[in-house]
Design a protein around this ligand. Structure first.
Ligand code: DGL
Length: 270
């Protein structure tokens, strides 16, 4: 079991923000990543559809004999019933609790903003997680449905005028609310963190849900005695659509990603 890979999934490239951190924290671990690029975005779909997709993603990772599943998708993390996660044969974690805890620890003025997909914001997952930790915190929510398609289409440069204009419009209410901490509640958003940071200004702390989820998964593996203790772990990438677009973005975002590494996962496994 210890030598099995860690499973990570997302609707597309967003979960790479978690892979980057997991690989940095645990360089000896093997990782299997699945990006459901044929069905991205998840965040504008119904809860029922998102859950159906998520269960198929989990089944795919289980078929790769993973020892733990990190749900590196804020949308699925917000909707997946805890009882379902607990029924799986391996530990399964989302990103919401760890990200909420990091934001609650970071805020100084008690005003936190959270941005995410429409489904994440509608679910109220962050309101619930933050109010359990610190009921005194004021949480300001904003869904940003255009961010995922922009990222998946490669509009990720700091100077991209379209992404910057969209960011200015979405983030204006949070600037007005004077939040000092902003939760990037969708794992795609850290990829455009430079654009978001330049709109929010240097005084606002950005909390990266991919990174926080990865840290929590690393801690859970350590606590359960599930680390392989090996060296030079490898990452295997699977996507449900053609590998071309994924290659392009993974190459920009992950320094050590080699083009042509991703494999198109057969649909009959989903
Ligand atoms: N990375 C996913 C998330 O964290 C994006 C969801 C989507 O596909 O809309 O929410």
């Amino acid at each position: 079991m210890k030598h099995a890979p860690i499973g990570v999934f997302d609707s597309g490239v967003g979960g790479l923000t978690a892979v980057k951190e997991l690989h940095r924290l645990l360089p000896g671990e093997d990782i299997v990543y699945f990006g459901d690029t044929a069905r991205v975005p998840y965040g504008s779909r119904s809860g029922e559809t998102i859950l159906r997709y998520a269960k198929e993603d989990v089944a795919f990772l289980l078929s790769k004999d993973v020892k733990l599943i990190l749900v590196a998708c804020g949308t699925v993390s917000s909707l997946l019933p805890p009882a379902y996660a607990a029924s799986l044969p391996v530990p399964c974690f989302g990103v919401v609790e760890s990200t909420a805890a990091a934001a609650a620890a970071a805020t100084k003025n008690g005003r936190i903003g959270v941005i995410g997909t429409a489904a994440t914001i509608k679910s109220g997952s962050y309101v619930e997680a933050i109010s359990k930790l610190r009921p005194d915190i004021q949480l300001y929510k904003q869904s940003c449905p255009l961010f995922v398609p922009l990222v998946e289409n490669g509009r990720v440069s700091k100077d991209d005028p379209v992404t910057a204009a969209v960011a200015r419009e979405y983030l204006a209410p949070l600037q007005k609310a004077q939040v000092d901490t902003l939760i990037l509640g969708c794992t795609h958003y850290p990829i455009i963190a430079p654009v978001i940071a330049s709109v929010m200004g240097p005084k606002v702390t950005l909390v990266d849900s991919g990174r926080e989820g990865a840290k929590a998964a690393a801690k859970a593996l350590q606590q359960r005695g599930l680390l392989s203790g090996g060296a030079g772990g490898a990452v295997r990438y699977y996507v449900s659509d053609s590998t071309e677009g994924f290659d392009e973005l993974a190459h920009i975002f992950l320094d050590d990603y080699r083009r042509g590494t991703a494999v198109q996962a057969p649909w009959d496994r989903l």
